[in-house]
Design a protein around this ligand. Structure first.
Ligand SMILES: [Zn+2]
Length: 270
């Protein structure tokens, strides 16, 4: 496995995790465009297929990992709350003073590319290193999730409560409806990670563990229990750890999610 780096201009390794994402509760992901039938239609492709955008899953996955890491208080696996921009933030991406210092150095040409990467490697939190920040691209991609072949998610309309945008309180008598994909709908899951080291894998395995246990919520109204997802039959279907093994074996099949999750134990000392 490569040394820890946010460097992405070469490909040291790639892991593709696949499986089937099952809805344990109905899910609401709005297309954002009302139509004559409903105020809030479920998002669909051009030809009408209901799907879960990879970005929706990615957002929940990241924030779940952030919350868990923050509560674990592990000194080797760190997490910032990115948008809490303060001078006490442990992470460069969320620390205004550190950020300004680095930007000044870059503007004044006082630091070269290797210097920038070294600074980011030492000052970004574990979560920003994996999921990206204003300074670095993400090592993880979530493919849009389409229904498992031969299945069509059932979509139904629900009545909601109209919310006043200014006061965020219910509006008396305001009618509002929204579509949900009903529970038991199944979608293909694919997550592609590149250039990850052991710490990155440990961070990712937290989110994967949550998904495998059925404790990740995606989409709207998660507070009311909507969008609870479970990853079934997860496999690491293709990987290579360096370019030589890639050339020798091509994409090899390992098939064992423990490969990923075992890395977490090294950091949590369990
Ligand atoms: Zn961070």
């Amino acid at each position: 496995m490569s040394e820890s780096s946010i460097r992405m201009d070469r490909l040291d390794n790639r892991y593709i995790i696949t499986g089937e994402l099952d809805l344990l509760t109905p899910m609401s992901i709005s297309s954002g465009k009302a139509n004559p039938e409903t105020d809030s239609p479920f998002i669909r492709t051009m030809n009408g297929t209901v799907y879960i955008p990879g970005s929706s899953l990615r957002g929940s996955f990241r924030s779940t990992v952030e919350r868990i890491l923050a509560s674990l208080g592990n000194t080797k696996l760190t997490s910032c709350i990115l948008f809490e921009d303060s001078t006490s933030n442990i992470c460069l991406a969320g620390n205004k003073k550190e950020k300004d210092n680095l930007l000044k150095k870059i503007e004044a040409n006082q630091i070269d590319e290797d210097g920038i990467i070294a600074e980011l490697d030492s000052k970004l939190c574990g979560v920003c290193k994996v999921f990206g920040s204003t300074f670095n691209i993400s090592k993880v991609r979530f493919t849009d999730l389409y229904p498992v072949s031969g299945t069509t998610p059932s979509v139904v309309k629900r009545d909601g409560v109209g919310i006043d945008r200014d006061t965020e309180t219910a509006v008396d008598g305001a009618k509002f409806d929204y579509e949900v994909a009903e529970k038991h709908a199944k979608f293909y899951f694919e997550m592609i990670v590149e250039n990850v080291d052991e710490a990155d894998m440990a961070v990712l395995s937290i989110g994967l563990n949550e998904l495998i246990r059925g404790e990740l919520w995606v989409g709207g109204n998660a507070a009311a229990g909507l969008g609870r997802c479970m990853l079934n039959s997860p496999t690491v279907s293709r990987y290579f750890t360096d370019i030589n093994s890639y050339l020798e074996s091509g994409y090899s099949t390992n098939g064992d999610i423990a490969l990923i999750t075992s890395h977490l134990n090294k950091f949590l000392e369990v």
